[in-house]
Design a binder for this molecule. Structure first.
Ligand code: NAP
Length: 281
């Protein structure tokens, strides 16, 4: 029976540490603010944005909300990003994805100043990560590293397998695990024998977007299983990419959904906001 890796508890610890740090910075006259831009009213995005604002309020970061209508043009959005880049009092800029189809997401991400790129999606941030330089790291994979470290799970020398190669999770996850001296393999939809590869993992990170696809059959006895998925099961209930009930019998440690990786993503966003303010000052 696997040990539960409690992302809710660990993320709370991180937010409490940051709250203290932010209060001290305030005493020194440094206040921190995050601009959060949402275009349209995708219900999932509204929930994510709401959670980010709540976390900002808890930690002591001011959140500046920009709720733009669905029909906002690409030019209008780029103009707003430019204005926020230039505003000294704004430390971080977050554009909630996905954007409506008529807006080129890459163009918008590239318009954000790398100094304010708290999501870590800008090509300069990604490049810095890949060559081991300082820069913002995508919050979900950064949160997973923190989750492992704070749970006392060693990465050095471990066989790490990631399922999924997206720009925001899979690829930066691979670079971060590599930085921690893991031996890293990345799987995707063309991987010939997925089970054969995932069964080699000491640490298995799953970021596919397919409800409960990874069951005990894909897992080596005693492995650490990190479930990034945020999916809906047949009854519309929130679940992960891992079949928790089956996997927990074989894994050594496992993250639940909800309460695993999700809250860590937000905690790391708060951390990036604090870092951005410190760097800019
Ligand atoms: P994505 O961009 O859709 O990428 C999915 C990846 O999974 C792709 O690389 C795809 O391979 C691979 N894949 C799909 N089917 C597969 C299969 N049958 N076998 C092996 N690989 C397969 O997804 P994402 O943005 O990384 O998100 C993944 C999941 O994590 C989603 O459920 C999302 O909601 C969740 N998520 C959660 C958080 C959080 O904070 N908890 C943050 C981000 C994402 P190809 O590249 O070959 O197509």
């Amino acid at each position: 029976m696997a040990t539960l890796i409690d992302g809710k508890k660990i993320s709370q610890e991180i937010k409490d540490e940051l709250k203290e740090k932010v209060a001290k910075l305030k005493e020194d006259g440094i206040s921190i603010s995050l601009a959060v831009i949402q275009v349209g009213n995708n219900p999932a995005s509204t929930v994510y944005v709401g959670n980010k604002k709540k976390a900002c309020a808890y930690v002591g970061i001011e959140s500046l909300a920009y709720e733009l209508p669905e029909e906002t043009t690409e030019e209008e959005l780029l103009q707003l990003v430019q204005e926020l880049n230039e505003k000294k009092e704004v430390n971080g800029i977050l554009v909630q994805l996905p954007l409506p189809g008529h807006i080129d997401e890459d163009k918008v991400i590239q318009a954000i100043s790398p100094a304010k790129d708290v999501d870590g999606f800008h090509p300069q941030s990604v490049g810095a990560l890949s060559i081991g330089q300082k820069g913002f790291v995508s919050c979900t994979p950064a949160g997973i590293i923190e989750l492992l470290k704070r749970s006392g799970i060693a990465i050095d020398g471990k066989e790490c397998v990631i399922v999924g190669r997206s720009n925001i999770v899979g690829k930066p996850m691979a670079l971060l695990l590599l930085r921690e001296n893991g031996t890293v393999t990345v799987c995707h939809s063309h991987t010939a024998d997925l089970k054969e590869v995932t069964r080699r993992a000491d640490i298995l990170v799953v970021a596919i977007g397919k409800a409960k696809m990874i069951d005990a059959d894909y897992i080596k006895e005693g492995a650490v299983v990190i479930d990034v998925g945020m999916d809906r099961d047949e009854n519309g209930k929130l679940c992960g990419d891992v079949d928790f009930e089956s996997a927990k019998e074989k894994a050594g440690a496992i993250t639940p959904v909800p309460g695993g990786v999700g809250p860590m993503t937000i905690a790391m966003l708060m951390n990036n906001c604090v870092e951005s303010a410190l760097m800019q000052k």
